[in-house]
Design a protein around this ligand. Sequence first.
Ligand code: 26Q
Length: 797
Amino acid sequence: MNTYSTDYLKNQIEENIAMLHETTDTASNQTFYKAAAKTVNDILIERSKHFQAQAASKGVKQVNYLSMEFLMGRSLKNSLYNLGLVDQFEKIMKDYDVNLTDLYECEPDAGLGNGGLGRLAACYLDGFATQGYNAYGYSILYEFGIFQQKIVDGWQTELPDNWLPGGRVWLHAKPELAVDVHFGGYIDEFWDNGYHFTSHKNYTTVKAVPYDMYVSGYNSPAVAILRLWKAESPAFDMESFNRGDYTHALSQSMTAEAISKVLYPNDNHTQGKMLRLRQQYFLCAASVADITNRHMREYGTLDNFAEKNTIHINDTHPTLAIPELMRILLDECGYGWDHAWKIVTKTFNYTNHTVMKEALEVWNEDIFKEILPRIYQIVAEINRRFVEEMNQQFAWDTMRIERMAIVSNHQVRMANLCVYTSNKVNGVSKLHSEIIKQNVFHEFYDLYPAKFTNVTNGIAYRRWLLQSNPWLTNLLKSTIGDGFLQDASQLKKFEKYATDKKVHKQLAEAKLSAKKALASYMKKTQGIEMNVNSMFDVQVKRMHEYKRQHLNALNIITDYLYLKENPNADFVPKTYIFGAKAAPGYYMAKQIIKLLCCLAEEIKKDPVISKKLSVVYLENYSVTLSEYIMPASEVSEQISLAGTEASGTGNMKFMLNGAVTLGTMDGANVEICERVGNDNIVIFGMDAEQVETTKEMGYAPIEYYNNNPDIKRAIDFIESGVAGSTFPDIANSLKWNDPYMVLADFDSYRKAQAKISELYQKPDVWYTMAAMNIANAGYFSADRSVKDYATGIWELE
Ligand code: 26Q
């Protein structure tokens, strides 16, 4: 499919090096990286133009995916791979005596997201492009992405992620498409000729300038566009300046620029900060203006807007796009309310990503009104009409109406606005979508059952298999051919080899190669030693109590205390690997990081035990680090309390690389289990229903502490001291509150761990399991997910 000659590419690279005022003889790897990136980006821009022109001429419906986060990671390797240019670039670089892999390492991650939700959005851009949909992602060009984590003495510290110096090459500024966004001020209302008018006065203007990032599909002419908005002050406030009010002029421009300064580092937890609300409206207003402007250029009317556009709301963070589209239709295009509402309700769809109460977004009504006076009026009117509608149906049930209201109790409830307005609402795994219907939104479900649906998450599997695990990829190619490169469902063909002894041996070799690669990378970048002859048991994800990294810790402690007393006991050598960032203000999460680091240190001090058991805490877990970790993992820890993890997507990356899941019946683990079968996964703990009944009966963690000597010893241990530090807050939380029922699942988790050890000692059994996981991972491809969205939600052809 590629039509770029090696000579052409080489010429482009040399020109780009010259543009950087260097020559191929003197250029550093950094310079080669930038020149290569620019060459690839120019190709993407060309292809995108071509694809856009085709889409426009056919009048295809456009997907607009709004998300406050896109956790893109690196682009060079992915783009070269998807464009089929890897071999040519390798050869060109070799001529300059440059190693292409070293250039990949020059690129910073575009870390414009926190974790699951942001990475999912990035995976879907890959899926859109590969499947040939006409799609735009919309987000903010954060100057600083997710913080860089440094572990100092076991404590997490946060450093700013200044990614633009190396990341800018992937951005294409479009100043001609800049739009203004208005904040604050007040609304003047008046009647003229029997018509009601409003006028927004005394507002502050922030300029939104788009920068495009391009995502190529694999073996596809389509290119997805990620449009990132940068906040700028509109021309410097000369009036204040001339009046001699120098500081006012400057502070205005700083307030504007603050909007795209930094990504909020909270995951599954909201913070009612005014700047965050400004960020959210900034994204929504700029994006809706962009989408409607483009539509007007194309069709000259918004009457057919919903037929030609869908706007997807990735969790409630971009909810304000709903009242913003109403505002444009009402105030700028002269539509009446009913007509506007019809268009809006046909346009929007919403994905929920969490059931955690503390992540359900609500905004203080006064703050909302102050920052967004016109948007507030529109939301209040939507609410008034909704309540009126409800009163006709449930006038007798005022409590119910109160619970479902959009504005109530001095709060604006974003989820209720999304559910009421959206054409479809989906959860991200089968279990999660049921929980939404039965718990979180059950009163809306009663009213609008047809709105609710499921789309199980999926991953850009080429990134974690073909691009990250050449050893396994080669084995797959040599057994099942190369159909799986394009079509993940063909991985199923590998089932035929699941019990093949020769394949088992090859799987073991592939895994060992990946473990060695991870070990040497960790040695080089973090100075960590890893024993590649031990089992790699891995838990990498955000640090959160509901994900229960501390359950994992309690099990390790129990083993450690056992080995202390029985140093000669038979024990499968294990390395427990952790990687996780904590939200900077999340005290317990930071305590758990410290606990894990102390545990690593304590065990390391014992030369006998550390031959069998070791813990490593990898600093700064990121997309790029995950690309090294997934291929090297043997056990995938997915141990959240059932009913709390909406889906998980790391679980899918692990299985794809042949790791065995050790998990609860939570999120997408349930579907992984369904697909690989009970023999090829190790499940433990309460299921979501049992969690509910245990809570109803009154859960008393202290009883587990008193009755289970292992639990008592482990908790007493962390209270009395691990490598010189004590953890009374973790211990007390577990004994007296234990919100995520760690102690209730502990015993079952111990047994599951023992089962893992037993299975690992039988290579035939183990590699059959590994093969079954690989063979059944195809369903969890983002290609499948986006097709589900296209047909089930967006009604694309
Ligand atoms: C909201 C308001 C203010 C500040 C921050 C936030 C905020 C930011 C990020 C709230 C939540 C998030 C992130 C949520 C998230 O990542 N959820 C995960 O989504 C994945 C993709 O669907 C699922 O696989 C995970 O199970 C889910 O936890």
